[in-house]
Design a protein around this ligand. Sequence first.
Ligand SMILES: [Zn+2]
Ligand SMILES: [Zn+2]
Length: 244
Amino acid sequence: MNDTFCEFCQGKLPKKLALEDIFAWRPLNTPYICSDCFEAWLQIQDMDQSHRCKACHRILKSGGEADYCQDCLRWLDTYPSYYLRHHYLFAYTDMFRDWLFRYKYHGDIYLGQLLKGPLEHALKVYRSYSFIILPSSPTSLSQRNFHPVGHLLDLVKQPYCIPFDYQGDGRKQARKSRQERLKLSQPFVLNQSGIDFIKAHEKIIFFDDVYTTGTTLLSAKRAMIETPYFTDKHELISLSLVRE
Ligand SMILES: [Zn+2]
Ligand SMILES: [Zn+2]
C-alpha cells in the first residue's frame, strides 16, 4: 500500500485508511495534513476577541481609537452601515493563501475536503440563516468547471441558492462607452430563484471565500436590498472564509 504524505510539508503520515478507501476501486485522492501544518494553515477567528472593525470585523491596530477599518470608512460614505455587516471564519495565513490558490485556481478540487470538518464546525453558529452565494463569472466557470464556494457548501451539506445572474453582453470593456461601463458597475441582477428565495427566507447570509475590499459583495447586496422583495423584516449579512 502506498504511503500518504502531508499536502503541505510532504511529511509522511501514519497510515490511516478508512474502509471505504480500501474497498472503493478508485485512486486514493483524499488529502491529508499533518498536525503542525494544520495549525499553521487554519486559525479560527473569534469575532468577540481583539479590537475589530465594527462592520467587517477586521482586526484593527491595538490602541487605535477607530471603530471602523479604512475600507469600511470609505464605504460608509456611500452605503448605510447595515450593508457592511460581515463576518469571517479563519485567519488569512500564508498557508491558507496557498491552499486557496491550489483549490480555486489550480483545480485541485480534492483539497476542498481539508476544510470540510472545520467548516462544518464553524458554520454551526450561522445555522439560523439561509445561504446564498455569488454566481461564477461565465469565464471562470468555463475555465474551472466547478464552483469553488458552492463545492465547499456541498461538502458540508449546506443548501444554498444562487440568486443572481451576471449581466453583461460579452463585449470587450474598451469598446463600450463610459455610460455603458458605469451601468455595468452593477454586475448582478436578481433572478427568479433569487426572488423566490427572498420571499421564502428572512435571515439571509451571503457566503464567499475571500473578502478583500468588499466591492463585489456590496454590489451583490445592493442588487438584493434595492428590490421591492426585500423588506424591513429581512436581515442580510455576509460571511467569508477569510478577510484579506
Ligand atoms: Zn505537514
Ligand atoms: Zn471594516
